[in-house]
Design a binder for this molecule. Structure first.
Ligand SMILES: NC(=O)c1ccc[n+]([C@@H]2O[C@H](COP(=O)([O-])OP(=O)(O)OC[C@H]3O[C@@H](n4cnc5c(N)ncnc54)[C@H](OP(=O)(O)O)[C@@H]3O)[C@@H](O)[C@H]2O)c1
Length: 209
C-alpha cells in the first residue's frame, strides 16, 4: 500500500520504518521538512519525504501522528483528504501528560472525524508504545492492535497493516469506541512510565481460548 505520515517523531517514525520494512511505500512529513528527510533516510529504501500536502496526495492511508494539541492545525495543512483512510493514533493527554484531556462523551478520534469529514477515520495504535512498534516480539505472543472505525474497508486495511508488522489485529468496533481505547492508552502510559514497567517491555494482549 501507499502510506503517508503527518508527523514522523517517535511513533510516526517507528510505524513508518516498520511498514516500509514490510514492503509498503512510505512518504513521511513533519512541520520541519529537514526532520522528515532525515527520518525517511532512516526508514530505508521504500521511503521518501515531502511536505504535508504532498504526503497526503501520495498516500491511500494517512497516519495522523502528531501531538493531540496539533490535530486541528495538521488537518488544516493537509490539503485534500477526500476518500483517504486517516489513522488517528493520538492520545488526548493534558499538556502535563498527567491525564486525559477528553473522555466519556467524546474522543480525539471523533474530533478528527469532525475536522476531516471527507476522510475515513480509523483509531489504532494509541494503546502501544513506539518501542513496541519497533520490536513487537514477546515470549507470550503477539501484542493486540485494537482497530476502531465506522468504515469497514478502511478498518480492514489498517488491520492488515498492523498484522504486517507483527500485531494481532482486533476489530474494536465503531469509531466511538475510541472513547474506550483512549483511556486504555492512558493506562499503558501510566504502567510504562509512572509504575516503571518500561515502555519497551509491556503491551496489552487479549488472550483467547
Ligand atoms: N510515543 C509513543 O510511544 C506513542 C504511543 C502511542 C500513541 N502516541 C501518539 O502519537 C502521537 C505522536 O507522538 P510522538 O511520541 O511520535 O511525538 P513526537 O516524537 O513529538 O513527534 C511529533 C511529530 O509530529 C510533527 N508535528 C507536530 N505538529 C505538527 C503539525 N502541526 N503538522 C505536521 N506535523 C506536526 C512533528 O514534526 P516536527 O518534529 O517537525 O515538529 C513530529 O514529527 C501523539 O498524539 C501521541 O499521543 C505516541
Amino acid at each position: 500500500m501507499k502510506l503517508s505520515f503527518i508527523g514522523c517523531g517517535n511513533m510516526g517514525g517507528a510505524l513508518a520504518r516498520r511498514l516500509a520494512g514490510a514492503g509498503h511505500e512510505v512518504m513521511v512529513s513533519a512541520r520541519h521538512e529537514d526532520k522528515a528527510k532525515a527520518k525517511a533516510e532512516e526508514c530505508g529504501k521504500n521511503s521518501k519525504a515531502g511536505s504535508v500536502p504532498e504526503a497526503v496526495a501520495f498516500g491511500d492511508v494517512i497516519f495522523l501522528a502528531v501531538p493531540y494539541g496539533e490535530i486541528s492545525s495538521a488537518i488544516k495543512s493537509a490539503g485534500d483528504l477526500k476518500g483517504k483512510v486517516l489513522v488517528d493514533i493520538t492520545n488526548a493527554l493534558t499538556p502535563d501528560f498527567s491525564g486525559l484531556a477528553i473522555g466519556f462523551t467524546d474522543s480525539a478520534a471523533e474530533q478528527v472525524a469532525r475536522l476531516a469529514p471527507v476522510a475515513k477515520v480509523v483509531k489504532a495504535f494509541n494503546t502501544v508504545f513506539a518501542q513496541v512498534v519497533a520490536n513487537p516480539k514477546f515470549a507470550e505472543g503477539k501484542p493486540s492492535a485494537f482497530v476502531a472505525s465506522d468504515h469497514a474497508d478502511a478498518k480492514e486495511k489498517v488491520m492488515r497493516l498492523a498484522s504486517d508488522i507483527g500485531f494481532e489485529s482486533l476489530d474494536a468496533g465503531p469509531l466511538k469506541n475510541a472513547r474506550l481505547l483512549e483511556p486504555l492508552g492512558m493506562m499503558n502510559i501510566f504502567l510504562g512510565y509512572v509504575q516503571g514497567l518500561g515502555a519497551d517491555k509491556i503491551a496489552f494482549r487479549v488472550m483467547r481460548r
